[in-house]
Design a protein around this ligand. Sequence first.
Ligand SMILES: NC(=O)c1ccc[n+]([C@@H]2O[C@H](COP(=O)([O-])OP(=O)(O)OC[C@H]3O[C@@H](n4cnc5c(N)ncnc54)[C@H](OP(=O)(O)O)[C@@H]3O)[C@@H](O)[C@H]2O)c1
Length: 250
Amino acid sequence: MRIAVAGGTGKTGRRVVDKLRKQGHQPVVLARAHGVDLIENTGLDAALDGVEAVIDVADFGTMNAQKARACFGAATTNLLAAAQRSGVRHHVALSIVGVDRVPTGYYQAKLHQEELVRAGGVPWTILRATQFHEFADQILAQVPGPIAIVPKMRSQPIAVREVAAHLCTLATGEPLQMAPELAGPRVEWVADMARQLIRRRGQRRPVISLRIPGAGGKGMANGGLLPTGPGPRGEQTYTDWLAALAPDRT
Ligand SMILES: NC(=O)c1ccc[n+]([C@@H]2O[C@H](COP(=O)([O-])OP(=O)(O)OC[C@H]3O[C@@H](n4cnc5c(N)ncnc54)[C@H](OP(=O)(O)O)[C@@H]3O)[C@@H](O)[C@H]2O)c1
């Protein structure tokens, strides 16, 4: 099958592309590095020629509420319109568990993306997954200084490789609309994840966990980003992921 991967050069996307290749499919990368700009709406029609399914794992490098909404809004609208013109039979989008319960700006932008997919006229599947194991590292990178202040938050983190594999399975199947939520094997406090990562790197940096003010922070602290029902679960624990980190990645 010819399957387009929006964001196919990113953390999730490159693993989706690898997996599709191994399965004998023909991945088509939709990313600026491959001449396709989802926001500027350039290169899409040519790239989607002959494509049967699209997996959307693009991201736009912003947590700012307005920017994130504008980026996900424009990219999703352009992608779905081009997919309709090309006769794409299945649009699969990756979203996040709890986007409807935790009203932060980024999650509201993801919810907006979901609404566009639902109304977009292409048969669809939305997969909500939990945070990747890389999440604590991303948080630490955002908080400079000798002490790391991280949000009070529980997560059930998953290996991005397992998310990518699941997306490939979904894309080659029938559209499910809302797929069962995908999560990792264990619930963790994000502050503990950060502490373990710092230790693994042989560093010393105290971590303080603070509740983010407002409804979003309350939702995070109260488990709003954990799955609510049964669904597929990844195998690799955060501890296993840490142990497997290559020395140059720690
Ligand atoms: N991080 C998590 O814990 C987590 C958990 C669940 C779900 N998710 C979701 O997973 C998705 C993928 O996240 P990720 O961390 O894998 O993303 P990422 O590594 O930041 O990759 C982003 C991708 O989007 C592409 N892109 C950016 N701007 C573009 C544009 N204007 N036109 C075309 N392509 C563009 C980038 O390629 P170019 O720069 O070459 O254009 C890149 O391939 C996101 O939607 C995110 O919400 C993340």
